[in-house]
Write a protein of this length. Structure first.
Length: 284
């Protein structure tokens, strides 16, 4: 089944109530965060909370753990806990080269955060590491490192954002867009989702439950889009059966790549239907 990563919600590890609430939410994946969202004096408590939540089980979606980075005094305990407690994967912050990703190829999916200039420049090599399944943009740290100024269309970051998408797609990995900071600006969030989807991201990382539904809608497939994709495939298959190399559909030329794209749209739509059914079953 095609996996959905339209919405990936960060949940601070030192907030037990938020962790429990995350079990009931419709995000496609959850990141239990031990890094930036947790102050140094709360790291041990957060690690214990995350361990308990993982061992308790009952999660509907993949649950990742964002560990503290290489070279920090918490890194080894974080990784050991995540691996022994059954995390679906690790999120490694501030990955700047392939070596760092290779060192963490521990038999679990690794999501590499690209949030520095070096990380962007080395994104292709990072994405090529076999254990890496996706690249996550960390735009806040990246913007600070680049000394950019805020811009509603993220123009200072567009090159870096596209570079991450290009690197991930070239190696068959999943690119996820950065968080949107202002939870009081739903219009701005919706615009950034549309922008990210247009750039080629598969989904968006989130910091608030209210962002889940609009992210799922922006990166999802509607029934109408799925029906259109099926109709295109029908036209393509009929044309191929008649010995044609290309066909037309709705007045436009259709080739193999369009048929492949239509199949992907249908697969994503089907994955969404399965996730809705699974959620309903668990609710009852």
């Amino acid at each position: 089944m095609t996996e959905l990563f339209r919405s990936m919600l960060y949940v601070p590890g030192d907030k037990p109530r938020a962790i429990e609430k995350a079990r009931t939410l419709a995000a496609d994946a959850v990141i239990l965060d031990l890094e930036d969202a947790v102050a140094p004096e709360h790291k041990a408590e957060a690690r214990a909370n995350v361990r308990a939540a993982l061992l308790a089980g009952g999660w509907r979606v993949p649950v990742l753990v964002r560990v503290n980075g290489l070279g920090t005094r918490w890194e080894h305990e974080d990784r050991e806990m995540a691996l022994l407690s059954g995390a679906s994967g690790l999120v490694l912050p501030k990955v700047e080269d392939a070596r760092a990703a290779q060192e963490l190829s521990l038999g679990r999916p690794l999501w590499a955060m690209i949030e520095t200039p070096r990380g962007v420049l080395n994104a292709p090599a990072i994405a090529a590491v076999p254990g890496v399944v996706g690249l996550l943009v960390g735009a806040n740290d990246l913007a600070r490192a680049l000394r950019t100024r805020p811009h509603p269309q993220r123009l200072p970051l567009l090159h870096a954002l596209s570079a991450v998408v290009l690197a991930a797609r070239a190696h068959g990995k999943v690119p996820l867009d950065a968080v949107f900071n202002d939870v009081r600006d739903p219009a701005g969030f919706a615009h950034e989702c549309e922008e990210g989807h247009a750039l080629g991201f598969a989904g968006k990382t989130l910091i608030h439950p209210d962002q889940i539904a609009p992210a799922n809608a922006a990166y999802g497939v509607t029934d109408e889009q799925a029906q259109q994709a099926r109709a295109l495939l029908d036209a393509w298959e009929a044309g191929r059966a008649a010995g044609k190399s290309v066909v037309t559909f709705g007045g436009a030329l259709v080739e193999q790549m369009h048929a492949d794209e239509a199949q992907e749209v249908i697969a994503l739509w089907a994955a969404h239907q399965d996730s809705v059914i699974d959620s309903s079953d668990r609710a009852h």
